[in-house]
Ligand binder design. Structure first.
Ligand code: BZD
Length: 824
């Protein structure tokens, strides 16, 4: 402890240039972070060296998004110095919790996809897998959400304004990134046509490294984030021609590339800057990967034995064309050889079946910005369609039939003609990869049967499932110390590395003393949340209420509106005196809406309007409260999830690819009210469906309802309580003076076809909520189920997910000596 204290003081003085006697929490947080980073960097260097020494096969995880959240607490826990740090900082006059508050969340992602990437890096580090995360260091991460007059207002997230003590900026290792320009043809000595891309504009990519430690194993992997730097300073002519301001403007223009994260999820943003970001990221990453590979290899055909590249959705899929370009134009390989290398190296993870989220890029844009890549994509397509034709005409063509060949070719082509001629990035990713995976069993089945059914017939081995997982280090140990300590006191700490060990809790569910201790831990978390809400929102929570929580991005398919209709119905019953047996509850909502997503923003407004009415109504507000948690983010989830008793996972069946919040809640002892969707299905199967509150129509039932003509008006006319709730929303019951404010929400349900089947599931949802309320009155039974839920969540560790990727997709093994945890 004395060592850590000395290091912190030294950093306050010599790294931050401050007087250690002036007790600034900001300085002491930064100094502590630097002292922790010192303890990581030796192991990071040793880890990187060991990859070279052992000629290890490396895994590169390419993701435009990461959501690491805060690093301090996680790193202290991984290093096993949390207690030491707590005492050291207390001696210096600080509470560690307060210092940790100084850190800004690294919000370099939108939601589940970005958070999954961060969980996966944590697991690679813990399992000893030679992995690297690659991404973009956005200057502005996901916007900061404030609620003003009930509405979402976006503020810039200038997360690095106060510096980032965790990152190493490596300004000396810059990689050139080129755009535009033209392609020249030439003939090589064997008479083969060759191509050279002479690009117009150049910017530079600068690496910023963040260290990702494993759990108690000395293995530290790298997350390398690229930041755009202008090459203007390198081009002295610019300055020497006297156009100083022009040169500076150009510099600012170049550096715009990594300025801001696109804040939309589940919708493709067809903007030129977004494509620039993608290519900027991809080419810098591929150059770095090949630089490392070429240190030990000359023969490019050995690449797939040394390198696996995982594409996190299609956002980095242009990497396939980029690697082809390098192999063809720079290494001068033959097409077939280059293509084999690519397919064997790449693998692609799909995260959505929503058609509006499948990425396409206009051919005209690609031709201008990346002309050589567009040529390569055309060539990939031509060869692929010839292959499709060959397979279709062959005898064993299965369900393919050459009468339909033209249609089939149109459907699978990399190019779609309408509404504008564009490249389908998912098709490029599928064809250019040896593995295509979905993120939960149902999602993968839907990929095979619906979205990519043609590809499933063409390549029956390619599409596979890897159900998501979450890291127990952050989402149980670090976020929920009260519960973790209780668990550890009975079964030891092995579960942090091997989550299956939680099954040892099962017999304890029958032990009344253990149940009481479990409830006490939950209550401690509820009180902690209560204190936080009081500080931030100046609201008093009732900890004896059932804490019912719905936090995630706001999206119609996630159906926050269904939850809201339940709240309005409960409010009506209480008002009308029809709910004598109502179990008191506080309903929490939280989540960001894409700034351009009108309906999602209106949903936030409606939630806040209902909350204002309910909370102000003294007839009901001792029994029902509604809280909107502004600016939902990773660190907020770490506070809220441990305090949650009921987890809302109520997406339209078939629409949530997996969900990962669902796993974090159950792991922390919340019971789930949910639909038969995404990974919630597998959770119900692992836990026992009777221990969750499952309701609603299943995916196949919705398909048939749609086919037979779904009429939401039937539900409206047939259900008095539903009608009352909808009419109140449509009138100005919750928006006095602003008549019609929420009419778009209601009209969308009643007259817009209710695409997400809110009305179809309303009655069953109410029934399930009734069951929840009843069970909560029996605290012994509730607690028993809570314990069993957590005990059976072992499968949903990201360690299990990553082990499967490593074995079944990447063909990589953990580093020697790290398989069983502890490193040398
Ligand atoms: O990915 C999410 C899915 O919706 C979840 O069901 C799933 O659990 C997680 C992890 O697999 N998808 C996203 O989060 N998608 C995005 O954030 C995104 C971002 C940019 C563009 C498109 C989608």
């Amino acid at each position: 402890m004395e060592g850590l204290k000395k290091d912190v003081i030294r950093h306050v003085v010599s790294s931050l240039g401050s007087d250690y006697a002036s007790k600034s929490a900001y300085n002491y947080y930064n100094a502590l972070a630097l002292a922790v980073r010192d303890r990581l960097i030796d192991n990071w260097i040793k880890t990187q060296r060991s990859y070279y020494d052992e000629k290890a096969k490396r895994v590169y995880y390419l993701s435009l998004e990461y959501l690491p959240g805060k690093s301090l607490m996680n790193n202290l826990h991984c290093l096993g110095i949390y207690e030491t740090a707590r005492k050291a900082m207390s001696d210096l006059g600080f509470s560690l919790e307060d210092l940790a508050e100084q850190e800004w969340d690294a919000g370099l992602g939108n939601g589940g996809l970005g958070r999954l990437a961060s969980c996966f890096l944590d697991s690679m580090a813990t399992l000893g897998i030679p992995g690297y995360g690659y991404g973009i260091r956005y200057d502005y991460g996901i916007f900061h959400q404030v609620i003003e007059d009930g509405k979402q207002v976006e503020q810039a997230d200038n997360w690095m304004r106060v510096g980032n003590p965790w990152a190493y900026e490596r300004g000396q290792h810059l990689f050139p990134v080129r755009f535009f320009g033209e392609v020249k043809n030439w003939t090589d000595e064997y008479g083969r046509l060759r191509h050279t891309w002479t690009a117009g504009d150049t910017v530079l990519a600068m690496p910023c490294d963040m260290l990702v430690p494993g759990w108690d194993n000395h293995h530290v992997i790298n997350m390398r984030l690229w930041s755009a730097r202008s090459d203007v300073e390198f081009d002295l002519d610019f300055f020497n021609t006297g156009n100083y301001l022009g040169a500076v403007e150009e510099k600012i223009f170049d550096e715009k590339i990594s300025k801001v994260l696109y804040p939309s999820d589940q919708i493709e943003e067809g903007r030129e800057l977004r494509l620039k970001q993608q290519y900027f990221f991809v080419t810098a990453t591929i150059q770095d990967i090949l630089r490392r590979f070429r240190k030990k290899h000359q023969d490019m055909t050995e690449l797939p034995q040394s390198v696996a590249i995982q594409l996190n959705d299609t956002h980095p899929a242009i990497a396939i064309a980029e690697l082809m370009r390098i192999l063809l134009d720079e290494d001068l390989l033959d097409w077939e050889v280059a293509w084999d290398i690519c397919v064997s190296t790449f693998a692609y993870t799909n995260h959505t079946i929503l058609p509006e989220a499948l990425e396409t890029w206009p051919v005209s844009l690609l031709e201008r910005m990346l002309p050589r890549h567009m040529q390569i994509i055309y060539e990939i397509n031509a060869r692929f369609l010839r292959e499709v034709e060959r397979v279709a005409r062959s005898e064993d063509c299965g369900q393919l039939c050459h009468r339909d060949l033209d249609h089939l070719k149109q459907r699978v082509s990399l190019i779609q003609e309408r509404p504008i001629k564009s490249v389908r990035m998912a098709h490029l990713a599928i064809i250019g990869s040896h593995s295509v995976n979905g993120v939960a069993a149902l999602h993968t089945e839907l990929l095979k049967a619906r979205v990519f059914d043609d590809f499933q017939r063409l390549y029956p081995q390619k599409i596979n499932n890897k159900t998501n997982g979450v890291t127990p280090r952050r989402w149980l140990w670090s976020a929920n110390q009260p519960l973790s300590r209780l668990i550890a006191s009975h079964i030891g700490t092995g579960f942090v590395r091997n989550l299956d060990e939680l099954t040892q809790l099962e017999p304890l569910a029958a032990d009344p003393a253990f149940r009481e201790a479990w409830r006490a831990a939950k209550l401690e978390n509820k009180q902690r949340l209560q204190a936080y809400i009081k500080r931030k929102l100046m609201r008093e929570l009732h900890t004896e209420h059932l804490f019912d929580v719905h936090i995630k991005r706001i999206h119609e398919y996630k159906r926050q509106v269904l939850n809201l209709l339940h709240v309005v119905t409960a409010y009506n019953r209480l008002r009308h005196g029809q709910a004598a047996d109502f179990t008191p509850r506080t309903v929490f909502f939280g989540g960001k809406a894409a700034p351009s997503y009108f309906m999602a923003k209106r949903i936030i407004h409606a939630i806040n309007a209902v909350a204002a009415t309910v909370n102000a109504d003294s007839r009901v507000n001792d029994k029902l409260q509604v809280v909107y948690l502004p600016n939902y983010c990773v660190s907020q989830a770490e506070r809220v999830i441990p305090a949650t008793e009921l987890s809302e996972q109520i997406s339209t069946a078939g629409m949530e690819a997996s969900g990962t919040g669902n796993m974090k809640f159950a792991l922390n002892g919340a019971l789930t009210i949910g639909t038969w969707d995404g990974a919630t299905i597998e959770m119900a199967q692992a836990i026992g469906p009777e221990l969750l509150f499952i309701f609603g129509m299943r995916e196949d039932e919705l398909v048939s309802l749609r086919q037979h003509g779904y009429n939401p008006m039937l539900y409206y006319h047939g259900d008095e309580e539903l009608r009352e709730a909808l009419d109140m929303l449509r009138s100005d019951a919750f928006s006095p003076g602003q008549h019609g404010l929420f009419a778009p929400l209601v009209d969308n349900l009643l007259h817009g076809g209710d695409r997400f089947f809110v009305l179809a599931d309303y009655r069953q949802y109410l029934g399930a909520q009734q069951d929840v309320g009843r069970l909560y009155l029996d605290q012994e039974e509730w607690t028993r189920r809570s314990i069993l839920n957590a005990a059976r969540m072992g499968f949903f560790s990201s360690d299990r997910a990553i082990s499967q990727y490593a074995r079944e997709i990447w063909d990589v093994a953990p580093m020697a000596g790290l398989q069983n945890g502890k490193g040398a």
